[in-house]
Design a protein around this ligand. Structure first.
Ligand code: FES
Ligand code: FES
Length: 192
């Protein structure tokens, strides 16, 4: 096992903290050093690599996940701060084989190129919808401004998020029915 430099100097090993999380509906009980971010815990300990590390400094939004329903930057959040919380990552958005309406909209609008920013864009958009503040396309643009896309897929991302976020409830249901008539999108139909 790799040793920290301080071990060689005889310093005490880092104190581990118990953290209980429910992630994508599954309970986890872990012991982590106090400096481990939620992002590193998800990716390195739990192999939930859908959540991406971009800047690791809170500037790109690639690491966005939902904690107790609110979108947060997991690179700026220590895992120990979220003890007892409910975390949803991009892996938890689909309902079984059926993709989340936002995931379906991203596919319909071709709202990705390399896909690196996409998990963060999706989680952020889910949070945006739950916040209920977006009324116009400009609102969506502003409220998604923390999620950068180096490929410049912004027009398509905006169209996809607006389609779901701004749809009136009744129209939304109709839209889902219409989307279903075009072809139900499932996880299996995604490009590998
Ligand atoms: S990786 Fe967290 S904001 Fe960029
Ligand atoms: S699709 Fe490549 S960074 Fe957004």
């Amino acid at each position: 096992m790799a040793r920290l430099p301080s071990d060689a100097a005889g310093a005490a090993p880092p104190q581990l903290h118990a953290v209980r999380l429910r992630i994508n509906g599954r309970r986890h009980e872990l012991e982590v050093p106090p400096w481990v971010t939620l992002l590193d815990l998800l990716r390195d300990r739990l192999s939930l690599t859908g959540t991406k590390k971009g800047c690791d400094h809170g500037q790109c939004g690639a690491c966005t996940v939902l904690v107790d329903g609110e979108r947060i930057l997991s690179c700026l959040t220590l895992a120990v701060m979220r003890d007892g919380c409910e975390v949803t990552t991009v892996e938890g958005l689909a309902d079984g084989d059926e993709l989340h309406p936002l995931q379906q909209a991203f596919l319909r609008h071709d709202a990705l190129q390399c896909g690196y920013c996409t998990p963060g864009q999706l989680c952020s958009a889910v949070g945006l919808i739950q916040e209920g503040q977006a009324r116009t396309e400009d609102d969506v643009r502003e409220l998604m401004s923390g999620n950068l896309c180096r490929c410049g897929a912004y027009p398509q991302i905006l169209r996809a998020v607006c389609e779901v976020a701004l749809a009136p409830k009744s129209a939304s249901d109709a839209g889902e029915r219409e989307a279903g008539s075009v072809g139900r999108v499932t996880a299996e139909s995604l490009p590998r």
